[in-house]
Ligand binder design. Structure first.
Ligand SMILES: N[C@@H](CCC(=O)N[C@@H](CS)C(=O)NCC(=O)O)C(=O)O
Length: 335
């Protein structure tokens, strides 16, 4: 065998070896989804032990795409530092864990981001009693922060760029960082703004704390898979797209059966598996997208249920609104 042929054969067989995630998941009968250890609105167990949040919903959506049931998920809680090794080692099939899409994670850490399920940015929370009104007034402040995050890196950059002295107090887990802040060991607590909203709601006295106006970074949070299995990445990417497309078409968990039975719109009929062989193209049932919507609803429903204005997080749609309503959510066509 010529060397070039040998290299090609090795390359193809390595790819084949990697490109098995869907088969593995189907054979196992359960999806292993890497989630937060407990972040309100994103992924956290409720009083009955059920995982709740937009990331937890997304795990269920992918399970429904594959198995037709959103229940076939094993939630694997991971802290910030553990998450990348857990993905690379195959302990989880993908991450749905408020993870920021960055250049170095995409390239050096060999992850593929399947899209963005929450456009976020980093903010600061301080005790009201400090009387601080702006992040620019934080010179010399002590800041509780979690290691293994973009948060830690942005924090150092922001203080340096503004010639401010930083005393960062670094923790392995978020629980520790929040607790330390709540116990008064730091003046400031910093994380993604959505996380601040969730964390503030569980402090001893939420109203004694204010979130400062500055957003110091871009944190596009999204589901991520390992390099090397494009077919698997497609399933994750299109599950997210389907949730967005369903919202564009006004298809909800409550009306999906009616739409399936009565819609005359060709794209909706394809989406819900009434026409065409769309699911087969990804090795799934033709009703896969119907199953996703039936299990968790459209993107907007998941947003409102978990982080929206009627939840303790009280977040407005903002950037996470559909493109047609002034936001950034835009899914390619389902055809
Ligand atoms: N989006 C940032 C931060 C993500 C992150 O891990 N944030 C912390 C603070 S809210 C967290 O979720 N910690 C929970 C944990 O590690 O269990 C990143 O991807 O690095």
């Amino acid at each position: 065998m010529r060397l070039s042929t040998f290299i090609l054969v090795v390359a193809i067989s390595t790819q084949a070896a990697d490109a098995r995630t869907l088969d593995d998941v189907k054979a196992r009968g359960v999806l292993r989804c890497g989630v937060n250890t407990g972040l309100a609105g994103f992924a956290a167990p409720d009083d009955t032990g059920q995982w709740r949040g937009i990331d937890a919903d997304f795990c269920r959506a992918v399970a429904a795409a594959i198995f037709g049931s959103g229940d076939r998920v094993k939630f694997v809680p991971l802290n910030a530092k553990e998450r990348f090794t857990a993905l690379q080692s195959g302990e989880v099939d993908f991450l749905a864990r408020n993870t920021t899409w960055t250049y170095s994670r995409d390239t050096d850490l060999k992850m593929d981001f399947a899209g963005v399920n929450y456009y976020d940015g980093q903010g600061f929370m301080v005790k009201k009693s400090l009387g601080v009104k702006s992040a620019k007034d934080l010179n010399g402040a002590s800041v509780c922060v979690q290691t293994g995050t973009t948060t830690e890196l942005n924090l150092a950059d922001y203080f340096r760029a503004n010639n401010m002295e930083l005393k960062s107090v670094v923790f392995e887990t978020n629980e520790q960082a929040r607790q330390a802040y709540d116990d008064g060991r730091c003046d400031v607590y910093t994380t993604d703004a959505s996380g601040l909203a969730g964390e503030r709601s569980v402090l001893k006295n939420p109203d004694d704390n204010v979130i400062l106006p500055e957003i110091i970074s871009k944190e596009p949070l999204g589901p991520a898979v390992r390099h090397g299995d494009n077919a698997w990445g497609d399933i994750i990417r299109w599950t997210l797209n389907v949730m967005i497309i369903a919202e564009e078409f006004g298809i909800t968990q409550a009306n999906v059966d009616d739409q399936k039975a009565n819609s005359k719109n060709p794209e909706v009929r394809k989406l819900l598996g009434v026409e065409g062989e769309m699911g087969k193209m990804m090795g799934l049932d033709n009703a896969w997208a119907y199953n996703v919507i039936k299990a968790v609803g459209n993107y907007g429903e998941s947003f409102e249920r978990n982080v929206g204005l009627k939840t303790p997080l009280r977040l407005a749609r903002g950037l996470n609104e559909l493109w047609s309503k002034g936001g950034l959510l835009y899914a390619p066509p389902y055809r």
